[in-house]
Design a protein around this ligand. Structure first.
Ligand code: AQP
Length: 332
């Protein structure tokens, strides 16, 4: 079975619809066909200032949401990044292989550091993509299911894997991004020119899966569309309507052309009302299942402990090879 690896940050509490449709939904499908490793990336979460209590709570909350979304610990390896120390250890080696200019070109860092003010941004935020490189390479992942915003980081991973292999001999699998075109980028409901994101979206443009279903319905109904009246997919001319069609189509499994036919001659309001209902039907059981996992923290922690044990077995082997290749003396 080919291997996949991916991660999600525990920073925001609730996952948003972009996280779910762009990434987590694919994770659930891939556990059936791949040897799948998924993690809550708490090491990445501290690249911006965090509250320790909140981080702990949000890490459990992220794991609960992943299980509620359909990850099955019998079918995949689900763990918390900081439980596997090899991530930080390989990241150091990768840091030493990355050019300063190369890291400076990462657009996520440029965006996030600009928002914080360059002097406030941490060195951890700067090296965030290199930790991600280590995450992926440790598991010899063939594919990395992510949203479009992560493409550049996967490219960096490929470059560094090839550089390491070229310099020290074949060690790492060179991974490919796994990005589904349709859901690669879910847009903000109020400003469909930007991606839905916890940091850039306004509260009305961002659908948090754990929001009150009524709030979610309201946000869908007040989504920005355009002054035209035709319900048609055209990402350039009609980004708002197209985004709604993408969300609708993915959540119901109805192809977009079929939706276009069904809504021929109807108003935007009808589409929004129906999509609001679809969203409520999706988030209501999701919220309930998440709560059930949170109500039993011991079981949750034990799932994560078992996951970490499985992950460590793989990660330790890769790290040992990499340490040996770079010339570290074995610790006897
Ligand atoms: N709008 C989106 N459309 C499609 N996929 C998306 N992802 C995020 N936003 C969208 C994908 O979600 C996965 C988890 O991402 P993360 O843990 O890195 O979360 P994030 O990037 O911190 O989420 P945000 O909201 O995008 O955060 P900020 O605002 O901090 O940048 C990834 O696979 C990502 O591609």
């Amino acid at each position: 079975r080919p291997r996949v690896l991916s991660g999600i940050q525990p920073t925001a509490g609730s996952f948003h619809l972009g996280n779910y449709l762009g990434a987590v939904r694919q994770w659930v499908a891939l556990q059936e066909t791949h040897d799948a490793f998924y993690m809550v990336v708490d090491l990445h979460a501290i690249t911006v200032p965090q509250d320790p209590q909140e981080l702990r709570a949000n890490t459990r909350l992220a794991a609960a949401q992943l299980l509620a979304a359909g990850l099955d610990p019998e079918r995949c390896t689900l763990f918390v990044q900081s439980h596997v120390p090899e991530h930080a250890q390989l990241a150091w080696v990768m840091n030493c292989l990355t050019g300063f200019g190369e890291a400076s070109r990462m657009t996520q860092f440029k965006d996030k550091s600009a928002k914080q003010g360059a002097d406030r941004a941490s060195v951890g935020l700067f090296t965030y993509p290199i930790l991600q490189v280590a995450d992926i390479l440790l598991y010899q992942a063939h594919e990395v299911p992510v949203g479009e915003d992560q493409r550049q980081h996967i490219e960096l991973t490929r470059d560094l894997a090839e550089r390491f292999n070229g310099r020290f001999g074949a060690t790492f699998t060179v991974p490919k991004p796994y990005i589904l075109r349709e859901t690669a980028k879910i847009y903000d409901l109020q400003d469909p020119s930007i991606k839905m994101s916890k940091s850039a979206s306004t509260p009305k443009g961002l659908i948090n899966l754990l929001d009150e279903p009524r709030t979610t319905a309201k946000k869908v109904k007040s989504a920005v569309t355009d002054t035209d009246t035709v319900i048609r997919y055209d990402a350039d001319a009609k980004p708002g309507v197209s985004n709604l069609l993408t969300i609708y189509s993915t959540l119901t499994g109805t192809p977009v052309p079929e939706l276009e036919r069904a809504y021929e001659g109807r108003m935007y309001g009808a589409l929004k009302t129906d999509l609001a209902e679809v969203m409520v039907e999706f988030v209501t059981p999701f919220r309930e299942r998440t709560q059930q996992y949170l109500d039993d923290p011991e079981s949750l922690d034990s799932i994560l402990a078992k996951g970490a044990e499985k992950a460590r077995a793989v990660a330790a082997e890769t790290l040992a090879q990499a340490y040996d290749k770079v010339g570290f003396l074995p610790a006897k």
